[in-house]
Design a protein around this ligand. Structure first.
Ligand SMILES: [Zn+2]
Length: 150
């Protein structure tokens, strides 16, 4: 792997969204701004160190990161009741390991296409955002369940 950028990458320099949960290895942020507008509850789970691929992590670290991805999914399902959750790890633009966890609704701007595709309709209907404290508690609770079941 050649992952030593001269300039620290965006996810090394910045949180990447509103910080909801973190430990020494990874964090969960809520994506805001233009990117998050049509997607209430759109979260990113970001590995702290600058690595490119899941296979760069040790088995224990992979399990830890995936437990947090699944906990975030569980929390978003409970808080937003979406029709579907999309999980995606792309990193083609920012090659710093992160997962997108995106609640999807059948009437959202891109459904059934991925959110990065050409839009299918003008805009998503307005949906209420869930309070950060509530979402943080839901992630913490779901993570305890993930770790208890492993
Ligand atoms: Zn980075």
């Amino acid at each position: 792997m050649n992952m030593d950028p001269v300039e620290p990458c965006e996810l090394c320099r910045l949180p990447g969204g509103e910080l909801l949960w973190q430990d020494e290895l990874c964090r969960v942020v809520r994506v805001g701004g233009d990117e998050g507008r049509d997607y209430p509850g759109f979260c990113r789970v970001i590995w702290r160190a600058h690595v490119g691929e899941m296979s760069d992590l040790s088995g224990a670290d992979r399990a830890h990161l995936l437990a947090l991805v699944f906990a975030t999914e569980t929390a978003l399902r409970a808080c937003y009741r979406p029709h579907k959750i999309n999980l995606a790890s792309l990193g083609n633009v920012v090659p710093h390991l992160h997962w997108h966890v995106i609640p999807r609704f059948s009437d959202d701007r891109h459904f059934p296409a991925p959110i990065w595709a050409k839009p299918k309709r003008e805009a998503s209907p307005t949906r209420a955002e869930v309070n950060s404290t509530v979402l943080r508690q839901a992630i913490t609770q779901a993570l305890a369940g993930e770790q208890g079941s492993s």
